[in-house]
Structures are given as structure tokens and as C-alpha cells.
Ligand binder design. Structure first.
Ligand SMILES: Cc1cc2nc3c(=O)[nH]c(=O)nc-3n(C[C@H](O)[C@H](O)[C@H](O)COP(=O)(O)O)c2cc1C
Length: 179
């Protein structure tokens, strides 16, 4: 007998686009009969009811967003031992060394190791300058650690087929994982 696996997809977003990525990943899992809950990290009150977790955050100033840190501080101990995946959305990945840079610098490695994170998806995000306020523009200009000026990036760079491919891979791994 197969049991439907329950997956929590919890995301941290500043301007909404990472939430849309989370919803999209959820739909890919649902194509194969997973019981998926997609929720902003702020709205998660318990993680005990799930068989697996997919956590995702936008990157600001070289790190995931503070609500993701708060979420992890609260819940990481309860997720240890179950399958955990992580994804980030950023613009640095658009530069030639971007993926390696993001993996090396944009996640807290100790946390990833503690959680036994199985895979980290690095996705190009969305950055539209007329949607970000003056203080965010400042932060981005001062703290962006790429070789290019961040102002050259002003678009929705999300590559849905790359995100879909990653989600299919996660789905296949979870299907092979005993409940
Ligand atoms: C204030 C600010 C700081 C950012 N800092 C970085 C950064 O350090 N590195 C990076 O690659 N992208 C950075 N970005 C780009 C975001 O990670 C990207 O636009 C992301 O997709 C936004 O997701 P959201 O719409 O869910 O907030 C920054 C964006 C903003 C607005």
C-alpha cells in the first residue's frame, strides 16, 4: 500500500516572486499525488505533521531573508532526520560563476549540514527596480557581491523550465524515499 506523502514548502519572500516559485514547485509535486502545503515561513506554526520539507528564500545582501532564519531557529531540530531540500532565488546566479558563488556564500553551511539538506536549487529571481524602495536600492548597490553592477538586472529572470526540472528531481527522490 502506498501512502500519500505530506510535504511542506515554506518560503521567505520580500516581493512575492519566491512565493510564486514555491507555488510552482508545489504544483509539480501535486502532479504525482503528494499532499502539498505551500506557506510563507511567517505563517508556519508547526512542522510536525510533514514527511518532507522544501524551504526557499530570496537572497538579500548575500544571505537568506531574516524570516527564514527565524523559522529555522524555531523548527530546524524537528526537521532533522526527514528529507529537506532548499532553494534560493537571486540575481548573482546570472553571472558566469554565479551558481558556485551562491552555493558557497549565500547559505549557512552549518545549518544545511545539520538538516542534511539533500539538494540546493539556485534559481534566477525577479528584480524590478520600480518595485523596490530607496533603502532597498541602497542596500543592493552597497552590498551586492557580484562583478556586475546590480542595476543591469531589471527583469523577471525566473527560468520555469529549470525550476520544473529541479522539482521533478526532488519529486522522484521523494517517491523513492520510504515513508
Ligand atoms: C534589497 C535587495 C537586496 C538583494 N541582494 C541580493 C544579493 O545580495 N545577491 C543576489 O544575488 N541577489 C540579491 N537580490 C535579488 C533578489 O534575491 C531577487 O530579486 C529575488 O528573486 C527576489 O525575490 P522576492 O521577489 O521573493 O523578494 C536583492 C534584491 C533586493 C531587493
Amino acid at each position: 500500500m502506498t501512502t500519500t506523502k505530506k510535504v511542506l514548502i515554506a518560503y521567505a519572500t520580500a516581493h512575492g516572486s519566491t512565493g510564486e516559485v514555491a507555488e510552482f514547485i508545489g504544483k509539480v509535486l501535486q502532479e504525482h499525488d503528494f499532499d502539498v502545503t505551500v506557506r510563507s515561513v511567517d505563517g508556519v506554526t508547526s512542522v510536525s505533521d510533514y514527511d518532507a520539507y522544501i524551504l526557499g528564500s530570496a537572497i538579500h545582501a548575500g544571505m537568506w531573508l531574516t524570516p527564514m532564519s527565524v523559522f529555522l531557529e524555531k523548527f530546524e531540530d524537528q526537521m532533522v532526520g526527514k528529507p529537506v531540500y532548499f532553494f534560493m532565488t537571486c540575481i548573482r546566479v546570472l553571472e558566469p560563476d554565479g551558481r558556485q558563488h551562491a552555493l558557497a556564500n549565500y547559505v549557512h553551511h552549518e545549518t544545511m549540514e545539520k538538516l542534511g539538506v539533500r539538494d540546493i536549487g539556485v534559481f534566477a529571481g525577479k528584480l524590478t527596480w520600480d518595485e523596490i524602495d530607496l533603502s532597498e536600492r541602497w542596500m543592493l548597490s552597497l552590498r551586492y557581491d557580484g562583478m556586475e553592477v546590480p542595476g543591469v538586472r531589471n527583469d523577471d529572470f525566473r527560468d520555469w523550465s529549470a525550476i520544473r526540472a529541479w522539482a521533478i528531481n526532488v519529486r522522484a527522490e521523494l517517491e523513492k524515499t520510504p515513508a
